[in-house]
Ligand binder design. Sequence first.
Ligand code: HEC
Ligand code: HEC
Length: 174
Amino acid sequence: MRSLLRALLVASIAVLILGVLLLGAGCTPKEEPTSTPITTPPATESTQTESAEPSTPPEVVLEGACTQCHSTTQIFLQPTYTDWKSVILRMEQAHGAKLTDAQKTAVAQFLSTRQRPLGEQVIAGKCTACHTLSRIYAKPSGTDWKPIIKRMKEAHGLALTPQEEAAVLDYLVW
Ligand code: HEC
Ligand code: HEC
């Protein structure tokens, strides 16, 4: 997610620099007034600014519209049957999340089609045998999950392969 943001930032800086260079070229008196590079840059620049919002990747939309109150991990950690449209509606109506219609469609689409990593699949599949996921995502950020997982295994009989346990511990960070 960070690298995407960084890529976007780099891309917009590049567009800005290009724009400034081309505009600068347009201001030098010796340029021929009718040459194409002088007339095209402002048009290119404004088209890109206008199209930037609808084409923003959903991960970036999530960062802007959904992560002020909780982490993306807490959002992702849902049963597979989650009705994302109604979750988004509740975030708006009950908690004041602000999204455009285009963002809502993009976020719902992204959340219902993304690939789930192993840790997330194990949690959604195995950790829900005895209690709901709300027990898990209610834990505050910085929680030490090792003793909790150990207790789930030793006191309650949760069965995890070492690979699954490593994936779960790796996943539960917020
Ligand atoms: C203004 C704060 C705020 C914003 C912004 C926000 N949420 Fe929430 N979210 C909450 C609160 C508070 C809870 C816990 C209470 C609840 O479940 O309604 C929560 C809980 C959740 C849950 C877990 C509960 C469940 O029903 O599964 C999910 C998933 C979720 N939010 C997704 C999102 C998504 C997706 C967005 C962006 C569209 C978003 N949130 C934006 C405040 C917010
Ligand atoms: C076999 C049943 C069972 C399974 C499977 C299970 N749990 Fe639990 N879990 C419990 C019981 C019972 C409690 C309440 C008693 C306790 O806290 O030990 C609990 C409580 C919790 C709590 C709240 C306790 C606290 O310390 O705040 C968390 C968090 C939790 N489980 C996480 C998990 C995770 C993560 C998994 C999957 C890796 C998991 N559980 C799988 C039975 C289970």
